[in-house]
Design a protein. Structure first.
Lengths: 572, 196
């Protein structure tokens, strides 16, 4: 660990903190304001989009219509991406003349990008054409991110709108949220970030792969493509699917420490800003800051041990005539230890899943940090949108538990939380571990599951656990030693991702629908305030305890066992 | 039914705008503003021949050239198979591989001390173009001997090739192996081709 390393982490945190208010206020204006930004320029485009799609932007939707719109739109995206992958061999934009993607892999990939996961069972350089990358994968990066933001807004509206006895139980209009998220936020943001990345050396070309003769006279075939346009939305949309197999470790995706910083900020900026937006929607900014504070605490709780652990050399180097300043297997020289540990923490606290180093080669405890981040439900700023609605579920649980402790009906933002909402919240909270542990349990006793493991011993279990946590959490990063392009893994992980996205999103939207109709009561003397340090502490405790109670046994058999065995010189 | 109809049209519109217009517009603007970088940061030698990308590592075997970190990308430094070894931190395979590499490096660099670990540890991309200044300096005696040069002159070439942290803060100090080797060739002439 070096002072410079800590300084880099602090500088990054300060940058995200500084962006939270202006960006959060901007998002509030875009989605809840009466006048959207740049009305002369973007207003006509927005209205054209509504006309083209046949949408009446003034018409609000109840939760069922809102959810149905989101689900059908996602389904069409999935089908279109699948078709594109299968047919790419006959389509233009394929300078390498790659054949169609095989069915199981195409299914897995389409499910992966429609759910904002971006799990990569495929090797991009030799599997998908430029057209599939642009019009399939990068396109889904935009739409799945916009759908996530929309879902978060719907949930926020359900909780914050002042409902009366006959008040409207609507959550906004999905199509309006979708168009605005794309037009005012993701598209301009991605364009600017993409050009900055090109200035750092990220590729953006439609040329075929280039063969060169190296200085020593060997031949090297350089894989090229339209990388920057995809890289930008991959970060901004917390998608994480790399243009190349090595993802953001690849110098063509992430050439300099400066591009690395911009990619990191792009991941966290919108999720962090949405907490401020939420505070504005609640009419009480402290409500947003409380969520921000809980997320920031959990973030610090991840990045500090990750950096500490990675600053120790791999146990496998013990006894060798080498000098090591940290665990460098799988890490890039230009990023070093600090930026690799920071990236791993950021990408798994959100649902991004981009990586700038091989997580599989992290030290046992350093690699446990990203895994724990996934298992806590990716609420440490979280995915665009998914992070906000994820932590709001935990907020309801925290308020409920606080209510139980003092024997009062729990309420949040003046609305009573009743049996129905708590049941739906528990459905959300239980589905995730059921998916992860159930599928991981199956995989480690099934021959087609185990035969894909890339590492022996407890590390192999960690690979399996990580894969299903990454899928269900819609993260998409991997302990990539796992050879995941097999029918077993493609199909199970495809289902894992779809269930983790939509089966979890629906109960949350149902909560929003139910809350939207409730009347708001003024806070009384016995109301538990949800904006102070006490509440932040309680919220963090609920998140950690729910996660720990569920996953501690699995973690002890994986990374914890590996750490202690390696400490005693055992290699696998 | 109405929802499906809207969704179909929204799918089509977003596909055209986000899937085609946006990347094509980005490509056009990038080609205008940063033609070299958008095209892969290709590097030319003195004769104007493209010898690679400054961002991608390539294999160097001659003792007269500085060598990059080991690569797990395909058969090594293969841009079609970017990636790391994904071996766990307590993996026996990792231990054996690093031990073999360390022994090889020590016998090729008898005058140097213990091996900087990064020279036996593969990068995440398998295409890491850089090594740390320490790992470059460690190779100086070998390169100087192979080129029949005083070590001080090679050391000066390394010092001139060191890239500082971005903005004085971000990342690590580093040396681009390909650019350093090109600079050596420019200053001292190309070494004889390695025996194959």
């Amino acid at each position: 660990m070096t002072a410079n390393g800590w300084l880099q982490i602090l500088a990054f945190a300060a940058l995200v903190g500084a962006l939270t208010v202006p960006l959060g206020a901007y998002l509030h204006r875009v989605f809840e304001g009466d006048r959207q930004p740049l009305p002369r320029l973007l207003g006509p485009i927005e209205r054209f989009a509504y006309r083209f799609c046949g949408v009446d932007p003034a018409r609000e939707q109840d939760w069922l219509t809102y959810t149905a719109s989101l689900l059908v739109f996602s389904l069409f995206g999935l089908l279109a991406t699948y078709a594109l992958e299968r047919l790419q061999g006959a389509l233009p934009g394929n300078p390498q003349h790659l054949p169609g993607v095989p069915p199981a892999l195409a299914w897995n990939t389409a499910a992966s990008f429609a759910t904002n996961t971006n799990w990569q069972a495929y090797t991009p350089e030799t599997t998908v054409s430029d057209l599939t990358q642009m019009a399939g994968l990068a396109w889904q990066n935009f739409t799945s991110a916009a759908a996530g933001i929309a879902a978060a807004l719907a949930v926020a509206r359900g909780l914050t709108r002042r409902g009366g006895p006959e008040g409207p139980a609507t959550l906004g209009n999905f199509w309006v949220d979708l168009v605005r998220a794309t037009l005012y936020v993701l598209l301009p943001g991605a364009f600017v970030v993409a050009l900055f990345l090109v200035s750092q050396g990220v590729l953006q070309t439609l040329a075929p792969y280039r063969e060169v003769t190296t200085l020593e006279g060997a031949r090297q075939l350089l894989a090229l493509g339209p990388v920057a346009s995809q890289e930008a939305i991959k970060m901004l949309g917390t998608n994480g699917g790399g243009f190349f197999n090595a993802n953001s470790a690849h110098p063509f995706e992430n050439p300099t420490p400066l591009s690395n910083l911009v990619e990191l900020v792009a991941i966290l900026a919108i999720p962090a800003a949405l907490t401020y937006t939420f505070g504005r929607m609640a009419g009480d900014r402290r409500q947003g800051w409380a969520l921000f504070a809980a997320m920031a605490l959990l973030f610090a709780g991840g990045v500090v041990p990750a950096y500490w652990a990675e600053a120790h050399p791999e146990p496998a180097l013990r006894g060798l005539p080498v000098t090591a300043a940290g665990a460098l297997e799988g890490k890039e020289t230009r990023f070093g230890i600090a930026e690799s540990a920071l990236f791993a923490t950021v990408t798994t606290g959100t649902s991004c899943g981009a990586v700038n180093a091989s997580l599989d080669s992290f030290t046992p405890l350093g690699g446990m940090v990203p895994l724990v981040n996934l298992l806590l439900g990716e609420v440490i700023f979280g995915g665009v949108g998914a992070g906000l609605y994820g932590i709001l579920v935990f907020v309801l649980l925290a308020v409920f538990i606080a209510g139980l402790m003092v024997g009062r009906t729990p309420e949040y933002l003046g609305k009573k939380i009743e049996a129905k909402e708590v049941k739906l919240a528990m459905l959300y909270a239980l589905l995730f571990p059921a998916l992860v542990l159930g599928l991981a349990g199956w995989a480690i006793v099934a021959r087609p599951g185990v035969s894909s493991l890339g590492n022996a011993g407890p590390h192999g279990l960690t690979e399996v656990l990580y894969a299903f946590a990454s899928g269900a959490g819609n993260n998409g990063s991997a302990f990539a030693g796992l050879a995941a392009d097999t029918p077993f893994w493609n199909v199970t992980l495809g289902l894992d991702m779809l269930a983790g996205r939509f089966l979890m999103m629906v109960p949350v939207l149902a909560i929003a629908g139910s809350m939207a109709g409730k009347k708001t009561v003024a806070p009384g003397l016995g109301t538990f305030p949800t904006h102070g340090a006490l509440f932040v502490g309680l919220l963090v405790a609920v998140i950690v305890i729910v996660g720990a109670l569920t996953f501690l046994p699995a973690l002890s058999l994986g990374p914890v066992a590996e750490h202690f065995l390696a400490l005693h010189g055992k290699l696998f | 039914m109405r929802v499906a109809w809207i969704a179909a049209r929204a799918t089509l519109l977003s596909l055209l705008v986000l899937g085609l217009a946006y990347p094509l517009a980005t490509t056009a603007v990038a080609a205008l503003l940063f033609p070299g970088r958008a095209g892969g940061s290709l590097v030319l030698d003195e004769g104007g021949r493209v010898v690679g990308s400054r961002l991608l590592a390539q294999r160097f075997t001659s003792p007269a050239y500085f060598q990059p970190r080991p690569s797990a990308a395909g058969g090594g430094y293969d841009p079609l198979a970017s990636g790391g070894s994904n071996l766990g931190p307590a993996s026996q395979k990792l231990h054996d591989r690093a031990a073999a590499d360390a022994a090889r490096l020590l016998s090729a660099n008898p005058e140097a001390g213990p091996v900087p670990a990064e020279l036996v540890l593969a990068s995440g991309s398998g295409l890491d173009p850089d090594i740390s200044p320490a790992a470059a300096l460690w190779q100086v005696p070998r390169v100087a001997r192979a080129r029949d040069l005083p070590a001080a002159r090679v050391r000066a070439a390394v010092a001139a090739a060191v890239e500082e942290r971005d903005l004085g803060l971000l990342g690590e100090r580093r040396v681009n192996v390909l650019l350093l080797n090109l600079a050596l060739d420019r200053q001292f002439g190309a070494p004889p081709p390695p025996a194959r």
